[in-house]
Design a protein around this ligand. Structure first.
Ligand code: SF4
Length: 220
């Protein structure tokens, strides 16, 4: 992905610095849009390494497609996704998500994936256990829609650089980024991945490693 040169836009400057330092992140690490949807639920409150184990179990059981997983009992799903933690809760959330596709899209996954973003987002947010971050991750990484994903890392990095207030809600953070960036799914894809990368590499919750970080000195 090429850098975008826009002067006096700290959100684009930060993107360029991160891309220069880390390079393209090639997200989401999944083989199909359905796998992204499953991963977006499984990654809630756990690290990605645990999600990979759970996804591998589903893959080996031949359940990484919509109709196979939809035919599965929640208890069977729970047993397979155990490595991801909160496995009973997450199994039920996956079932809820699949039911939404069954009820709102007549069980046609492609109809969901190609639905208008506003309508798809509304349907996702109506699913019990799917909040804005999970919904937007699915819209961006499974549906390929230009929807900016916000997470705790986004808040941490950009509030530490005084570009977001300490108390800023999800929607306001999302609007702030969208207002400073071109509407571009590939850019949003890369930017969110880079924010996760810098937060997990340098911008830790305690003892951030600023002296080594590509955003050192940025906007300070
Ligand atoms: S580690 Fe320091 S320089 Fe890097 S993003 Fe966090 S606060 Fe900024």
């Amino acid at each position: 992905m090429v850098e975008i040169a826009v002067p006096d836009n700290p959100f684009l400057s930060a993107f360029n610095l991160l891309l220069d330092h880390f390079g393209p992140q090639c997200w989401w690490p999944a083989e199909t849009p359905f796998e992204v949807m499953v991963g977006a639920v499984l990654t809630q409150n756990t690290n990605w390494g645990n999600v990979v184990k759970a996804i591998d179990n589903l893959r080996q059981a031949g359940l990484l497609d919509y109709h196979s997983l939809a035919a599965c009992l929640p208890t069977d799903i729970a047993a397979l996704i155990r490595p991801a933690g909160y496995y009973n809760l997450k199994a039920q959330r996956l079932v809820n998500l699949l039911q939404m596709v069954a009820e709102s899209y007549h069980g046609e996954l492609e109809a969901f994936l190609t639905d208008r973003p506003t309508s798809a987002r509304e349907n996702l947010l109506a699913v019990r256990g799917v909040g804005p971050e999970t919904a937007d991750s699915i819209l961006l990484y499974a549906c390929g829609r230009p929807v900016f994903v916000v997470d705790m890392y986004t808040h941490r990095v950009f509030s530490r650089h005084q570009l977001l207030a300490e108390e800023t809600d999800y929607q306001t953070i999302q609007e702030t980024f969208v207002n400073h960036l071109p509407v571009d799914a590939q850019l949003y894809n890369e930017y969110h991945a880079l924010i996760v990368k810098v937060a997990t590499s340098y911008c830790k919750k305690t003892n951030p490693r600023c002296s080594l970080c590509p955003l050192q000195g940025f906007n300070h």
